[in-house]
Design a binder for this molecule. Structure first.
Ligand code: ADP
Length: 332
């Protein structure tokens, strides 16, 4: 193993820099040259790369985003693009390519491996945690923390004015951020894709619950955590409907891209470091077509296809707890 290249692709996530740092330093420790492609798969097609040395990764572990920049590259889905990428990697003499990103980026890595003889390894970097086969993904813990601190702040003002707040968090296909932030912030209600009912049922459910909570607690604030794109007409419209139906002022708060940013929390830095180092050692051991996972604190390799083979489930026990607490609040 002489040369390893890496890139960050798709949605960025806090901790990607920590992962880049771990890969670079582990390579240098084993005397492997390391190159970083910029702007995701675009850099691979345009030969936009730099030789990474220890000084490039100094003071980056605490920084959000990615020093290599990330991007989407729609043309990469074609066979021609994968062949160009393969040629460019061969020109540079790369033995293994590391791709830090979500399952879309992993599909890209698999696609490349159909046209390139080098080794390909994926590292799960996405705030949504929607990658099957690994307990957590790089960036997920920070996203929960960011959502949580915002919800805590909203609760202060919600309490002062006795309002309903709908707080929209990221995770259009997965409720991991929503469920965990809701539990940690003691939100009164969650709406996530995995637990979705018909809109009519969902609306009636919230209205009944707000009524019951009002009877039990008197006037008070009420917080709903909802994932993006869940309500067909949008969260602002849902807030208007709830205001009308309950006669209590309901405000939407859309957290949006703040959840992607920020300094990674320690769990993301540690996970990124562990996975980055293990990815290099796995490449040295000859692994290819795999992603790095962590299951019960053990880092391992799993075929890239595993990431999109099944939908990762929310922790059923956490869902039960949320449901039990929700039901408890309804009791007279
Ligand atoms: P994420 O990696 O965060 O899930 P995307 O789904 O946007 O993000 O995928 C990132 C990039 O991965 C895409 O812009 C494209 O370059 C590449 N990609 C995604 N799916 C495929 C595919 N089926 N074949 C080849 N490349 C793909």
């Amino acid at each position: 193993m002489r040369k390893i290249a890496l890139l960050t692709s798709g949605g960025d996530a806090p901790g990607m820099n920590a992962c880049i740092r771990a890969i670079v330093l582990t390579c240098l420790r084993y005397g492997i040259e390391v190159y970083g492609y910029r702007h995701g798969y675009n850099g691979l097609l345009d030969q936009e790369y730099l030789n990474l040395r220890a000084k490039n990764v100094l003071n980056i572990i605490q920084r959000g985003g990615t020093i290599l920049r990330s991007a989407r590259c729609l043309t990469f889905k074609s066979d021609d693009a994968a062949k160009i990428a393969a040629k460019n990697l061969d020109i540079l003499g790369i033995d293994a390519l590391m791709v830090i990103g979500g399952d879309g980026s992993f599909r890209g890595a698999k696609h490349l491996s159909n046209h390139w003889g080098g080794q390909v390894i994926g590292l799960p970097g996405t705030i949504d945690n929607d990658i099957y086969g690994t307990d957590a993904t790089i960036g997920y813990y920070t996203a929960i923390e960011t959502a949580l601190s915002s919800i805590d702040k909203v609760r202060d003002t919600a309490d002062a004015f006795e309002r309903i707040f709908l707080i929209e968090v990221m995770g259009r296909h997965a409720g991991f951020i929503g469920l965990n932030a809701a539990i940690a912030s003691a939100a009164d209600q969650i709406m996530v894709p995995e637990l979705q009912r018909s809109c009519e049922d969902e609306l009636q459910n919230i209205i009944n619950h707000i009524d019951a909570v009002k009877r039990r607690r008197g006037t008070s604030s009420y917080i709903v955590v909802i994932t993006e794109n869940l309500w067909p007409e949008g969260v602002t419209k849902l807030a208007e409907t709830l205001t009308e139906k309950t006669q209590i002022e309901c405000r939407p708060v859309i957290l949006g891209h703040v959840q992607r940013g920020g300094s990674p929390v320690s769990q993301d830095r540690v996970l990124a470091t562990k996975m980055g180092a293990f990815a290099v050692e796995s490449a040295m051991a000859g692994e290819t077509g795999v992603m790095i996972t962590e299951v019960n604190q053990q880092v391992q390799c799993a075929p890239l296809e595993v990431s999109w083979s099944k939908q990762k489930e929310l922790d059923p026990y956490l869902v039960k707890i949320q449901q039990d607490l929700f039901d408890l609040l309804k009791r007279p």
